[in-house]
Design a protein around this ligand. Structure first.
Ligand code: F6P
Length: 319
């Protein structure tokens, strides 16, 4: 192992830069060369890369986004795209590749490993939906950003005695939405994993008003449906003034929290240690506070499940 590559892929997540920094500094300290692939897997296809040293990653631990840039690259899924990526890695002499990203990046890592590339994946995504790890890099930051926003929306909800439907990210999973709901004390959390019953919700909203609740905040994961439609149906049935507020991309940006930075640093360090130890095609994970690793194929073939007791607790506490 003489040269390693590092790449960020898929949606950006706060703390990706802290991972890059940890990867580069650990690798350099062990005498390795580091090449940063730019623009995700598109950079492997287009041959866009930079040589990185310990100084190239100065002053980035506190920056959101990714200095290497990222794209959602459909071409890597094609046989020709994959071939060009593998050829580039051979041409530039990359002996091991650290891939920082979410579940899409895992699929690409798995495919690359089948073509003989030594891969280590690091889970980084605000969605926290990667199998095998309790937490992904960026999740904690996105959670804090969203909770801060919902707290502010709550002020208007209380002052105007309105219902607010706050749309948060999570196209396929509700891990982020559920955590936001618990931390912001939301009255309802709607997520893709759980079907909802509109008349039951409307009944509870009326009942809550009768019990003296002035503000009602509902966290609505984007994968749970159309929030505008949902809002008008609520107004039609209850007569309550209802507003939708979509938090959008503010959830993906911003200064990473200390927790995101520490996780990023631990993941990045472990990824390089794995490659140096000849261990490949692994996903670095954290479980009960301990960093370990599992085969990429295990993560690909399993789905992270929602903690139902956490969901029930959220419901219980929202009364
Ligand atoms: O980063 C994951 C995620 O935030 C999802 O929750 C969301 O659906 C998706 O990215 C949207 O990202 P983009 O618009 O960049 O494709």
């Amino acid at each position: 192992m003489k040269t390693i590559g590092v790449i960020t892929s898929g949606g950006d997540a706060p703390g990706m830069n802290a991972v890059i920094r940890a990867v580069v500094r650990t690798a350099v300290a062990s005498g390795l060369e580091v090449i940063g692939i730019e623009r995700g897997f598109a950079g492997l296809i287009e041959q866009r890369y930079v040589h990185l040293n310990a100084r190239s990653v100065s002053g980035i631990i506190n920056r959101g986004g990714t200095i290497l840039k990222t794209v959602r690259c459909a071409e890597i899924k094609s046989a020709s795209g994959m071939k060009r990526a593998v050829d580039t890695l051979k041409e530039i002499g990359v002996d091991g590749l650290v891939i920082i990203g979410g579940d899409g990046s895992l699929a690409a890592g798995n495919a690359l490993s089948k073509h003989g590339v030594n891969v280590v994946n690091i889970p980084a995504s605000i969605d926290n939906d990667v199998y095998g790890t309790d937490e992904t890099v960026g999740f904690d930051t996105a959670l804090d950003t969203a909770v801060d926003a919902v707290d502010k929306i709550r002020d208007t909800a209380t002052s105007h005695e309105r219902i607010f439907i706050v749309e948060v990210m999570g196209r396929e999973h509700g891990f982020l939405a559920l955590s936001i709901g618990v931390a912001a004390g939301a009255e309802f959390v709607l997520i893709p994993e759980m079907r909802y019953d509109l008349s039951a919700i409307c009944g509870k909203l009326k009942e809550a008003r009768q019990r003296g609740k002035t503000s009602l905040v509902m966290i609505f994961a984007e994968g749970a449906g159309n929030p505008q439609e949902f809002a008008s149906r609520i107004t039609k049935r209850t007569g309550f003034e209802t507003r939708v507020s979509a938090l959008g991309y503010i959830q993906r940006g911003g200064t990473p929290t200390g927790r995101s930075r520490i996780l990023a640093s631990r993941f990045g360090t472990r990824a390089v240690e794995l490659l140096l130890g000849g261990r490949k095609n692994r996903l670095v994970v954290v479980s009960r506070g301990r960093i370990s690793d599992i085969p990429i194929s295990t993560a690909i073939h399993n789905e992270k499940k929602l903690d139902l007791s956490f969901y029930r607790m959220a419901k219980e506490l929202s009364k």
